[in-house]
Design a binder for this molecule. Sequence first.
Ligand SMILES: [Zn+2]
Ligand SMILES: [Zn+2]
Length: 234
Amino acid sequence: MRPKRLPKCNRLICSDCHKWKRIDLFSVDNRNSSGRQSRCKRCQSLWVTDHKDYLKEYDRRRYINSPEKFIAKTRNWRVNNPNKYKDQNKNYYLKNKEKVAEYSRKRYLDNREYFLAKQREWVERNKEWVSKYKKNWASRNKESTRVSSQKCRARRLEAMGNDIITLEEWLRVLDFYGHRCLCCGNDENISMDHIVPLSRGGKHSIDNVQPLCKSCNSKKSTKTTDYRKAVNEE
Ligand SMILES: [Zn+2]
Ligand SMILES: [Zn+2]
């Protein structure tokens, strides 16, 4: 019998669908002699969906057997796949907003000391911003009310003054949402977003601010998306 034509070396046969496919359609796996997984990417992803519980259990066991190794491996993966990790985080957050918010709140209550330290750190890091904060706002207010009469201006400033969010109030907002971005769930580079931007007449008050990370904040730009609704209502 004549042997079948040998496949080109840049092709592999999938152990599941038994089709010859280009090597780049198989994920890298250095434990195999071919350097690739035995299933093609498509079959592998189907297999992963079918064996979710099994894989969870497998991970759990690996973790119990040698937590350091497992943690190091997970951390490595995160470092090497920052975008995938970000997407994973975001997808999880979007699907489980309420759970995440609840978890954040609980984590906050259980680790108050840690979060208070984080708060202090935040104030320390944003010292300049904090000190300019009221000054800036007051001067901008004066600008907008300059046309009014003296008496009227004073009254208006006072009314606005009662409405201006205080630093304490902002920190309370941060605590409530677990120091996380309400859009993507990230807990780094959190900044204050005005739901209705100041440039569009939004107020600098507690009911018009939400924590967003810097990247989501700049993506939101001058839109008026209120992410609190999704978190609170879901
Ligand atoms: Zn396949
Ligand atoms: Zn974000």
